[in-house]
Design a protein around this ligand. Sequence first.
Ligand code: GLA
Length: 376
Amino acid sequence: MIAQTPPMGWNTWNTFGHNISDKLIRETADAMVELGYRDAGYEYVVIDDCWSLMERDYTTGRLVPDPEKFPHGMKSLADYIHAKGLKFGIYSCAGVRTCAGYPSSFDHEYEDARTFAEWGVDLLKYDFCNFPNYANNKNRYLTMSMALRSTGREIVFSACNWGRGEPWNWMRSIGAHMYRSTHDINDSYASMADILVSQLPNLNANAAGCFNDLDMLTVGMHGEGNVGCGSCTTPEEYVTEFAFWCMAGSPLMMGGDIRSLDEASRRLLQDRELIRINQDAECRPAYQANGTTKDFPILIKLLEGGELALAFFNLKDADRRLEMPFPDLGLPYASGVGLELTDILSGERLGIRRDDLRIIVPAHGVRIFRGRLITL
Ligand code: GLA
């Protein structure tokens, strides 16, 4: 089975938009390996929109990679990526044209799925622009899902209909492995926080095989690139973003230029403790603690082996004291069971607590802990 845990990788869109090429993809695949991303768990190298010619081949009806951007074709690129122990992703759209106006797969689902499988594609991101009014959203995602299945190749189906028709209620059943649930992210705190708040009620459909995709990460973009907006996200806000994506069980698709990310961003994206939470084998969705609000959500994610992760988010502009009473974790004092806590970001060991945890969370920040159940 594919996508047992949230898929991890890199996607061209956030930084490069239409400025993509064979050279960029090969260099990024090299960087995935040489700079430690592959060893941290990142696997898929995904080409987003703008990779094809503006028209299909007139004789075969097939999509054609733009020979200026991809002079060696897609099969050769896929082979290169596979030889590095990575996987290859590509993009199409359920409508009649992609968002950037290139040909897409409406009424071509089966021939395109066959083409992708022949090229060695391992993931298809499937967008929702230019979708005809008369067509049915759910049915068209189902059609591409069945087309991919019919190829016999294991291809992660990354559906991207921006939350239309409450996909958390049906994308799993029609065969998607991940589904975008929101509008597009940009590299700003406001955009990230908006996605975070909007998806708090929609995390509980996550389980092995299909995950709510909060969009490509902006960590390390620092205002540059296609969805950059002039350096408006701070390093601390990137930590909040990454910690939330990990707690939420979202796929982790990096969107920065990983060939040259700053050291703090690279370390954050490769943080083994945060990734371990995201990739926990039980894949339990996080839940929001009783009575916590959308401005100061506290999330709990049960992990395998009697552990849990506990994350305190402060989405407002001033530092804030937050409190987690342990009875709300199912641990009343009389249970005789406490939590041995470690602050994941600082590494500080807090020892065993059995009443509550009260902490100051910085503005726009997160404090995140790993807890282990201890019988006292
Ligand atoms: C939509 C998607 C984005 C990206 C662009 C490409 O906006 O939501 O993630 O794929 O299309 O044009």
